[in-house]
Design a protein around this ligand. Structure first.
Ligand code: PGA
Length: 247
């Protein structure tokens, strides 16, 4: 069985002092984890974080990447730049970027392509809003979002990580039930299997108010291969407890 992946998404949180305190506490409590562990941090902190996680089992991640290789794109950060700081993972198409930065399925697919071209594993986020769930459109929405990425990335698709994050569960304290989450994960797995004979090796993470209390049950589902953790990744004891429940 593949090892699970627990990735923290710090979003726009942190400071030089806070990062040092958090990583020091995580390293002290981590031991030899049973799962892969990653921290997706604001880009400006990558040099600091590269030093802080050196020699540990924590991999470094970014939260976004430009779809362009280089050039006149003010404010953007390229995949090659991220790679220079030891970045292993990059979140792509998080619902906050889809909503506040108007990222489309096509743009998310292009960013996924760029990350892969730079040797970075994209964590591609998909998920429905509350209105979409209530309209019975959950499957249609997540399949559409993933189809764009599959279409643009062809045979490389087994190199990605997928994160199912129901938008209504992010930062709200409302977690999808284990049944709701597993059901969508199974749909995504089937879609990936139809696209690649190696789909079983793809990690499909659950994200949306995962915490120390609900992680074990979610992570016990057959198609939930890990978690993308926001709020709870900012507190060392909570994040360590989630990591410990990823068997
Ligand atoms: P949350 O965020 O755990 O705070 O709900 C998850 C995410 O947005 O990746």
């Amino acid at each position: 069985m593949k090892k699970k992946l627990i990735a923290g998404n710090w979003k726009m949180n942190g400071s030089l002092a806070a990062n040092e305190g958090l990583v020091t506490a995580l390293r002290a409590g981590l031991g030899v984890p049973n799962c892969h562990v990653a921290l997706c941090v604001p880009s400006v902190y990558l040099p600091q974080m590269q030093a802080l996680v050196a020699g540990s089992s924590i991999d470094l991640g970014a939260q976004d990447v430009s779809q362009h290789e280089s050039g006149a794109f003010t404010g953007e950060v390229s995949g090659n730049m991220l790679k220079e700081f030891g970045v292993h993972y990059c979140i792509v198409g998080h619902s906050e970027r889809r909503e506040y930065h108007f990222e489309t399925d096509a743009l998310v697919a292009a960013k996924t392509q760029r990350a892969l071209a730079c040797g970075i594993t994209p964590i591609v986020c998909v998920g429905e809003t509350l209105a979409e769930r209530e309209a019975g459109k959950t499957e249609e929405v997540v399949k559409r979002q993933l189809a764009a990425v599959i279409h643009a990335n062809g045979h490389c698709i087994s190199e990605i990580v997928v994160a199912y994050e129901p938008v209504w569960a992010i930062g709200t304290g409302k977690t999808a039930s284990t049944e709701q989450a597993q059901q969508v994960h199974a749909v995504l797995r089937a879609q990936l299997k139809a696209a690649s004979p190696q789909a079983d090796r793809i990690h499909i993470l659950y994200g949306g108010s995962m915490n120390a209390a609900n992680a074990a049950q979610l992570l016990a589902q057959p198609d939930i291969d890990g978690g993308l953790v926001g709020g709870a990744s900012l507190k060392a004891p909570d994040f360590l407890s989630i990591i410990a429940s990823a068997l």
